[in-house]
Design a protein around this ligand. Sequence first.
Ligand code: PMP
Length: 428
Amino acid sequence: MKAYQELSKEELLTLKAELNAAYEDAKGKGLKLDMSRGKPAVNQLDMTMDYLDVVNSQSAMKAEDGMDVRNYGGLDGIPEAKKLIADILEVKPENVIVCGNASLTIMYDTVSRAMTHGILGNTPWCKLDHVKFLCPVPGYDRHFGITEHFGIEMINVPMTPEGPDMDMVEKLVSEDPAIKGIWCVPKYSNPQGYSYSDETVRRFAALQPAAPDFRIFWDNAYAIHHLYDDRQDQLLEILSECEKAGHPDMVFEFCSTSKVTFAGAGIAAIASSKANLDDMRKSMTIQTIGYDKINQLRHVRYFKDINGVREHMKKHAAIMRPKFEAVLQVLENELGGLGIGTWTKPNGGYFISFDALEGCAKAIVAKCKEAGVTLTGAGATFPYKKDPKDSNIRIAPSFPTPEEMAMATDLFVLCVKMVSVDKLLENR
Ligand code: PMP
């Protein structure tokens, strides 16, 4: 098959007629599939049901240090849960606070606290005329939602397979004291599945921000979410890198077990320097007397240790892998060599990122929707939902079955072809 750009107007018109007929057929199939959000599939949740049995009415309810998990107290989390999270993030337990059920809440609270109370004695952000965040794009829509909600100006920074464009990050951060943070998903990024290189992490640690309260918001949501045993991305541990570089307080790291046990019902944590955590505790003690320690205990009793978590993640991978492969196979078979799209091939995480020809993403998503396949809204992967090139589409293969994924991707590639042909005909 020739690249579409090389087709004559007549060839494009013939192709258009064929594609239109195929699309009408596809619409007749009454598909109803959702590839919009990175939700675990029902069999992933079923697989984890025995986790609910490990803490029951017969269980001893004391944590390792003797604390009764049914009662108030233990603001930081029980010691064994801190250790488990610390092992997942490869940090020390004293650098961890285990909070509630969702890391997004911790991120929101961290930004909110910086707005109202400031970080480590610095001026609260709400008292400043300008507060800006760098946003590697494409990125996670809910990060951008938080900063938009607080009126923080967002600046796009292009992603590369090694991480954000660090020349740009270094320049902006060192020149502009209004830049207070950057959103990062450093491993199996949402949506591209890229992992930051060692050099990128070291350059982050070596940043010389103009703002003393600049923080890297390091959302390590997919730290252990590999798809393969023999192809696992490795990420340099940022807290110790920052310490070595003389910037121990520059990072807030976040994670959760939302995609390890149950989505929205796992445990979430923050890891940071002692100074940052002490600062946080001052507000946290006003906010809560302690989080759900029973759930923390349940996690530790179920997994025992990091090896238990790793074994469990292999079971998730076995369910996820065929779905990713189904999508990648259809993309390669149907779009390979046509010059109308590029896509990522991640080793982990929950997403595949697709870039269509400029100006096509919205139309592709709309065409898919009309035929029964829901994708993440075009633009959602950018601040203010504005993709300047209208080209990026996030594919979330986790929820449907591999067969459904293949069907949905068949429709997706058909829509990509139709919209690309229309786009190319505009200029003929
Ligand atoms: N961060 C990233 C990068 C995510 O993709 C997600 C879930 N889609 C979250 C955070 C949400 O995590 P939690 O359930 O812990 O709030």
